[in-house]
Structures are given as structure tokens and as C-alpha cells.
Design a protein around this ligand. Structure first.
Ligand code: NDP
Ligand code: 8X3
Length: 254
């Protein structure tokens, strides 16, 4: 595709950062969003130098509704022509029985994975409507297809992303805006370190004994979805490690 503007939420790590790298390599301009400013700055420096692209940094917590609306409203005019929005920012917190979960963890998952995606989309959609085109790619999960033991609230948020993807596609149909979902299985990023509140040992165990996906693997799939001809839309794409057959069935060698 010709050079486009791609808005990536959660660009400071994992799948989002890998998407930034993949789209930058192909010469696209990037709006990089996340809460950790130092990481955003470093990423900007690296990508602008290596790929001669422009970037716009949005240091933003997607759960803060007013900040989201204001930051997007205040973007310079030429950055408001957004071709692709990758709603990737998200997290799991904890893995416990349904009556044992922390209210705080529940709130943050719901606020980030569902409400954050809604706020960013609500701010970007009018811009896409005005330009008569656009593509929203929501990062779902195998957890949005199947629920697994102790995954309760995280799985519920990803089921919600799946429902919102379908709803968005219907509501945006008259405006020529594509809506896709890419749902990965186990991908080794900072995801599990965040989930287990910084316990790196526990996080490492999630990916032991088989080859998980990498952020770059998922980014390649997102790039494929984003670069198909205008008349083709991938509605939903589930991408798994070969060694993972369902949310909780792995072919582990140890
Ligand atoms: P990482 O923890 O590596 O990255 C998560 C990203 O989300 C970070 O850039 C983080 O940035 C950002 N983020 C989190 N909360 C907020 C917030 N409130 N506001 C703005 N940005 C936020 O995990 P992944 O790359 O693995 O996760 C990316 C997405 O992929 C998530 O939606 C996750 O649910 C999904 N996913 C992950 C899978 C996996 O196995 N890893 C599999 C399936 C789906 P910062 O902290 O700087 O704000
Ligand atoms: C992340 C993958 O299986 O840990 O969405 O829920 S999983």
C-alpha cells in the first residue's frame, strides 16, 4: 500500500511495538500510543532513523476518557488522516477463581480492554467517516473464543472485544470502513509478567516446553490483514502457535 498513517495503541511493548516495527519497515507513518513516555521516545528515535518515517507520539492512558478525546482532538491536522487504527492496548491481571479475583484487577481489565478500546475508537471513527475510508483492527485473543479455567474476567473482556468488532463492522458498513479482528494464541511478550504482577519466573513458565508466537509473528499477520485490497476484509483471524490446539491444550516437550 502507499504510505499510510497507522495509529497503534500499546506501542511500547510486545505485539504493538512489533506492529510499529513492521509498518515502519514498509514506510508507513505511525501514531504511537502508550503510557510509558521514555519507551515511546526511544521507539520513535529508532524507527525514524532506521526507516526514514515520521511518527507522532501520544502519551496516553486509554482508560482516561477525557484525555483520550482531548489528545486525539488536539492532534495536528495532517495526523488526523488515520488510515489504520490498531486497537492493541490491553492486559490481563491475575489468574484466580471467580470469587477470588481482585476488584482492582477486574476494573483495570474492563477499563483498558473494553472501555479504552471504545474511547479510542469513538475519537477516531468520525475522522474515518469524514474521509470515507479507514480500517480498524482490534486485537482479540483465543481468550475471546474460548474461556479457560481462572481466565474468567480477562476472557470476558476479550469476548467483549469480539462482540464489539462485529458491532462496529455492522455500524460502519455504510461508511466504507473495514473492521477486522486478529486473535492470537500464546505470544511471548510482557503480557504474562503484567498478568502475574511482575513475577518473571511464573511468566516464563507459561511459555516453557513449546514455541510460542512472538510479537513479530502477530505483527506479520496484522500487516497482511491491513494490506489486502480495498474490497477484501478479513473479519476474524485466529492465529495460534502450532503447539497450541486450544486455549489450554499444548504440545509441551517438558
Ligand atoms: P504487553 O504487555 O507486551 O503490551 C501491552 C501494551 O498495552 C503495552 O504497550 C502497554 O503500554 C499497553 N497498555 C496497557 N494498558 C494501557 C493503558 N491503560 N493505556 C495505554 N496503553 C496501555 O502485551 P501484549 O503485546 O502481549 O498485548 C497486546 C494485546 O494483545 C493485548 O490486548 C492482549 O490482550 C493481546 N493478546 C496477547 C496475547 C499474548 O499471549 N501475549 C495473546 C492474545 C492477545 P504502557 O504500559 O506503556 O501503557
Ligand atoms: C492472551 C492469551 O491464552 O493467556 O490473550 O489468554 S491467553
Amino acid at each position: 500500500m502507499a504510505s499510510k498513517t497507522v495509529f497503534i495503541t500499546g506501542a511500547t511493548s510486545g505485539i504493538g511495538e512489533a506492529c510499529a516495527e513492521t509498518f515502519a519497515q514498509a514506510g508507513h507513518q505511525l501514531i504511537l500510543c502508550g503510557r510509558r513516555e521514555e519507551r515511546l521516545q526511544k521507539l520513535r528515535e529508532r524507527l525514524e532513523k532506521a526507516h526514514k518515517i515520521s511518527t507522532y507520539i501520544l502519551k496516553l492512558d486509554v482508560t482516561k476518557k477525557d484525555d483520550v478525546y482531548q489528545a486525539i482532538r488536539k492532534m495536528p491536522f495532517h495526523w488526523k488522516r488515520i488510515d489504520v487504527l490498531i486497537n492493541n492496548a490491553g492486559l490481563a491481571l491475575g489468574m484466580t477463581g471467580i470469587d477470588e479475583g481482585s476488584d482492582e484487577d477486574w476494573d483495570r481489565m474492563i477499563d483498558t480492554n473494553i472501555k479504552g478500546l471504545l474511547y479510542v475508537s469513538k475519537a477516531v471513527i468520525p475522522l474515518m467517516k469524514e474521509q470515507g475510508c479507514g480500517h480498524i483492527i482490534n486485537i482479540g485473543s483465543i481468550a475471546g473464543v474460548e474461556t479457560y479455567p481462572k481466565g474468567n474476567v480477562y476472557c470476558a473482556t476479550k469476548h467483549a472485544v469480539s462482540a464489539l468488532t462485529k458491532g462496529m463492522r455492522m455500524d460502519l458498513l455504510p461508511y466504507g470502513i473495514k473492521v477486522s479482528q486478529v486473535s492470537p494464541g500464546a505470544t511471548e511478550t510482557e503480557f504474562s509478567v503484567v498478568r502475574f504482577h511482575g513475577d518473571k519466573e511464573k511468566a516464563r513458565n507459561v511459555y516453557m516446553g513449546y514455541k510460542p508466537l512472538t510479537g513479530a509473528d502477530v505483527a506479520e499477520v496484522v500487516f497482511f490483514v491491513a494490506t489486502l485490497p480495498k474490497h477484501i476484509n478479513v473479519n476474524d483471524l485466529l492465529v495460534m502457535p502450532t503447539a497450541q490446539a486450544s486455549a489450554s491444550l499444548f504440545n509441551k516437550t517438558q
